[in-house]
Design a protein. Sequence first.
Length: 278
Amino acid sequence: MTATSASGEIMEAPGGSEEVLARSGGLEARLARSDAEIEAAQRLRFEVFYREMKAQPTPEMAASGRDFDRYDDFCDHLLVFDHDAGGAVVGCYRLLRREVAARHGGFYSAAEYDLTALLANSPPGARFLELGRSCVAREYRSSQVMQFMWRGLLAYLIRNDIELMFGCASLPGTDPQSMKVELAYLHHFHAVPPDLPQVRALPGRYIDMNLMPKEAIDPLQALHELPPLVKGYIRAGAYIGDGAVIDDQFNTTDVFISCPTSRLDKRLRAFLTKRMKS
């Protein structure tokens, strides 16, 4: 499978993690090549999650100014570099393929959601990808940069023949009532269809998202109120799992997103050919 454009904006790497996935002007998207590049992504994550969003760092994180955990050691790190700013890392995604997760104790999102049905009702070789730790530097949060990062992600999906992408996506804050419109909208309009494997928040962490009747929701207004990343997933055709989860460390309310690439291939490609509207 290949994904190319006349301008070279989307490229499938023929092999190896060091190939460029996307390029546009001074921006370049590719996988991290060194510990130093991963550490740059961890510093960006610390700036966004802990300084801006007021997450609670461990003493070790606070001392180093980096967000890190054990998953960083074996995940792929999709990075966006700005070569017009000295090669600074200005965006990142952490990517965990199923076969890698199987060798290292499972998926990160299993701490919040029961993935049993999802994994049990798929062939052992089905190619799944967990997305996480996505962020963009404050001064780069334009629709163009978000769109560019998704171009790199699309190239990665194609290169690795991914069949399903999933993960936890966050809404800022830990009071579900303050975001009841957004949560109810996701619940009523984007739930996983009944014929697909269901993913539900773990017992004891489950927060009901059915906080408003469907007929009381203005779908366009609710979509507009969602964070840009969640909005992007919805526009790309993602489904939402059953129940939200409060993440006190990160000061967020998480929802589970999943998107079969058979669906994403049709919708995300079209999405990436036009400017994403906020």
